[in-house]
Design a protein around this ligand. Structure first.
Ligand SMILES: Nc1ncnc2c1ncn2[C@@H]1O[C@H](COS(=O)(=O)NC(=O)[C@@H](N)CO)[C@@H](O)[C@H]1O
Length: 419
């Protein structure tokens, strides 16, 4: 959420950000609403002051004036209460509109409507040259009986998966390996629920705009989060954090649920895009300083790249466009991993800087060096998400006879050179 004062003084900057992020919002209507509410509030204050002044002087007033004074005090109080009732609905509407305002993207973001405007900024690792036609991950899984992608459809419907045997073990080993690696980098491992209240989605930024992507459990007034970021953004809501020893660093592990309502027909085969998956999430709450956020953005990205390097998966780093980065982002870098069967890179990680856009919604504050209480900055990044990461992992390391050689980093954990 943006600061109203910022909006009042930077209307054109916000209008440009909205245009660059394809956000339809009527800033003039929002500012008019803001003016109405401020006008009513100052009138209420005047009326309150008048009533208080009358009350203060009531005792010493001449007896014949008391009746008139009492009437005026009562009238002022009634008018103030009437005005207050009148603006309650307007304040609600104003807050809803403020929640839909985009963060201002950084100047280096490619300006464009969607992912086609994203720019590759770095390519790492060597795309494998196969002396045979590489199989796709579904073929590899089926020939090794590493999953049941057929039966499970009748149990759970489409976009679901169940891993079996060594691949089922590999998924749990990968999550534990990623959590341990990120913990070793100073992040506190934390497991959080996917069952979360609606307000947490508003604070994280997914609501009010994208409810259609989220499973709801109406009988319990709960929703299913698509990322640990949702719970982690709200965990410290309302607190005055002590960031004097550095940022709050979480390695959040959780099941993730997504309706993929907007993805009909895309990636329907296999493990790339499913309704329920597991993820280790990097989450940072740091002091409200652009350089500090930029430093942590680089560190988060570096950690994700380290994991991909250990997994010996070729990847490229993307500078995400204004139209693709989403409402709350100041900057987003995706990492895309090479998928041989597709002959292209596919997103496996997403690293974001949000400055205080989330912290203002979640009321995440800290006391700065001058003792001033301020909204913090937040960042988040994928450490590892499964089963999507299994797609490049299996396909890049496959052998002609359909086995999969494990990256060295996993051989000890998996007790052998091959899956
Ligand atoms: N439907 C899905 N199926 C499988 N994996 C998914 C799905 N949606 C997202 N992911 C994985 O989760 C990663 C992060 O998702 S994200 O929406 O891009 N970003 C976030 O959730 C942020 N909190 C950073 O992790 C993706 O890069 C991808 O690897």
């Amino acid at each position: 959420m943006l600061d109203l004062a910022f909006l009042r003084h930077n209307r054109d900057l916000v209008a440009r950000a909205a245009a660059q992020k394809n956000v339809a919002i009527d800033l003039d209507a929002l500012l008019a609403l803001d003016a109405d509410v401020r006008g009513a509030k100052s009138e209420i204050d005047t009326l309150r002051a008048e009533r208080n002044a009358i009350s203060a002087g009531f005792k010493s007033a001449a007896p014949e004036e008391k009746a008139e004074l009492g009437r005026r005090a009562k009238e002022a109080g009634a008018k103030a209460s009437e005005l207050e009732a009148g603006i309650a609905a307007k304040e609600e509407e104003l807050r809803d509109q403020l929640l839909r305002l985009p963060n201002i993207p950084w100047d280096g973001a490619p300006v464009g409507p969607d992912e086609n405007s994203n720019v590759v900024i770095r390519t790492e690792g060597t795309v494998p040259e196969f002396a045979f036609t590489p199989r796709d991950h579904v073929e590899l899984v089926e020939m090794n009986d590493w999953a049941d992608l057929g039966r499970i459809v009748q149990v759970s419907g489409s976009r679901q998966y169940c891993l079996k045997g060594r691949l089922a073990l590999l998924e749990t080993v990968l999550m534990s390996w990623a959590l341990t690696k990120i913990a070793a980098a100073g992040f506190t491992p934390i497991t959080v629920p996917a069952l979360v209240r609606e307000e947490a989605f508003v604070r994280q930024g997914q609501f009010p705009g994208h409810k259609e992507e989220t499973y709801q459990l109406p009988n319990d007034d709960l929703w299913l989060a698509g990322t640990a970021e949702v719970a982690l953004t709200s965990l410290h809501s309302g607190e005055i954090l002590d960031l004097s020893n550095g940022p709050v660093l979480y390695a959040g592990y959780s099941p993730c649920f997504r309706r993929e309502a907007g993805s009909a027909g895309r990636d329907v085969r296999g493990l790339l895009r499913v309704h329920q998956f597991a993820k280790v999430e990097q989450f940072v709450i740091c002091q409200a300083d652009e350089a500090t956020s930029a430093e942590w953005h680089a560190r988060l990205l570096g950690l994700a790249e380290e994991l991909l390097t250990d997994l010996e998966i070729p990847y490229q780093v993307i500078e995400t466009s204004t139209g693709d980065m989403g409402l709350g982002k100041f900057r987003m870098n995706d990492i895309e991993s090479w998928v041989p069967s597709l002959g292209k890179y596919r997103e496996t990680h997403s690293c974001s800087t949000l400055h205080d856009w989330q912290a203002r919604r979640a009321n995440l504050r800290y006391r700065d060096a001058d003792g001033k209480v301020r909204f913090a900055h937040t960042l988040n990044n994928t450490a590892l998400a499964s089963p999507r990461i299994l797609v490049p992992l299996l396909e890049n390391h496959q052998t002609e006879d359909g086995r999969v050689r494990l990256p060295k980093a996993l051989q000890g954990l998996m007790g052998g050179e091959y899956l």
